[in-house]
Design a protein around this ligand. Structure first.
Ligand SMILES: Nc1ncnc2c1ncn2[C@@H]1O[C@H](COP(=O)(O)OP(=O)(O)O)[C@@H](O)[C@H]1O
Ligand SMILES: [Mg+2]
Length: 252
C-alpha cells in the first residue's frame, strides 16, 4: 500500500530545492523504489489502488479557449503581452517562460474572465467547466473537520467522496481531523481532491508541483494521467512537464 508519511519534512525540504534538483531527487527515488520492489515481490498487493475511473466528464465544445491579443499594463510601467493562443479540447497546453515574464498574470486574466463572463478577448467555448488549483492552500475554516469541508465544497455522496479521498491517499484517520491538524501534504492533496471531485473538463494549474511534497506530486500526476479533459498549465518542473505529454506550448 502506498504510504504518505513525513509530509512536513518533505514539504520544507521541497521548498528549498529547485526544480532541477527535485527532478534528480525523484529519479533517484524511482530507481530506489524499483530496487525495493524486487525485494517485495512476495508481498500481497490487495490494498493497492490500481486505477480510478473519474466520473464521466461533461464534454466541452471543440474550442475550449481563445485568447486574442490580451495585454496587462501595471501602474509601475510593466507591460505583459500582447498574448494570443487557442486551446482545443484534449490539449495539454504549457505556458513557459522565465520568472517574471507574465505567466501568472495571463492565467489570472483568464480566471477573471471565466468568473465575470464579459471579456471580448478571452473567449471560452461551450460547456467549459473550469477547475483551478490555487497555489495558496488556505481553507478559510481551519477549525472545521476536513471531511465536512470536502462534502460541502464538492456535493459528493459518501461513497464517491471516500473513493476520491482514498485515491489521493487520504484515509479515515486523516479526513475526520480538523483542517488545522492536517499536514501540508494532506492539505494539498485535499485541495487536489476537491478540484478533481468537482469534475471540471478544463484544468488550469499554475506551477502545481511547487511547494508539494513528493508523494503529493505523484498523487497529482497519477490523477492527471487518467484525466480526459483539457489542461492549461505553467511549470518549470521538467519531470512533471515530461509526464504531462504536452502537445502545445506557448512561450512568453
Ligand atoms: N500587481 C502587480 N503590480 C505591478 N507589477 C506586477 C503585479 N503583478 C505582477 N507584476 C509584475 O509583472 C511581471 C510578471 O509577473 P508574473 O505574471 O507573476 O510572472 P511569472 O508568473 O511569469 O513569474 C513581473 O515583473 C511582476 O513583478
Ligand atoms: Mg507565476
Amino acid at each position: 500500500m502506498k504510504k504518505f508519511s513525513n509530509d512536513n519534512e518533505k514539504y520544507f525540504a521541497g521548498r528549498v530545492m529547485d526544480a532541477q534538483q527535485r527532478t534528480a531527487g525523484r529519479n533517484l527515488k524511482r530507481a530506489k523504489q524499483k530496487l525495493d520492489s524486487f525485494n517485495e515481490l512476495e508481498k500481497p498487493a490487495e490494498n493497492r489502488q490500481i486505477s480510478f475511473d473519474f466520473f464521466e466528464l461533461k464534454r466541452s465544445g471543440n474550442d475550449v479557449l481563445k485568447v486574442k491579443g490580451i495585454q496587462k499594463k501595471f501602474e509601475n510601467g510593466i507591460v505583459i503581452g500582447p498574448v494570443s493562443f487557442e486551446i482545443q479540447r484534449g490539449d495539454n497546453f504549457l505556458i513557459s517562460g522565465k520568472n517574471g515574464s507574465g505567466k501568472t498574470t495571463i492565467i489570472n486574466m483568464i480566471l477573471d474572465a471565466y468568473k465575470n463572463k464579459n471579456n471580448e478577448s478571452i473567449i471560452f467555448g461551450s460547456n467549459v467547466f473550469l477547475g483551478y488549483l490555487p497555489q495558496n492552500l488556505n481553507y478559510g475554516s481551519e477549525d472545521e473537520k476536513f471531511y465536512d469541508y470536502f462534502l460541502r465544497e464538492t456535493n459528493l455522496g459518501e461513497t464517491e467522496a471516500r473513493k476520491v479521498l482514498n485515491y489521493l491517499g487520504l484515509k479515515s484517520e486523516d479526513i475526520f481531523k480538523k483542517i488545522l491538524k492536517l499536514s501540508p501534504g494532506q492539505r494539498s492533496r485535499g485541495k487536489i481532491a476537491i478540484m478533481m471531485a468537482n469534475n471540471p473538463n478544463f484544468l488550469i494549474l499554475d506551477e502545481p508541483t511547487n511547494n508539494l511534497d513528493m508523494e503529493t506530486v505523484e498523487a497529482l500526476e497519477k490523477a492527471l494521467e487518467s484525466y480526459k479533459g483539457t489542461i492549461l498549465f505553467i511549470s518549470h518542473d521538467r519531470y512533471f512537464i515530461e509526464k504531462m505529454k504536452i502537445n502545445k506550448e506557448f512561450k512568453i
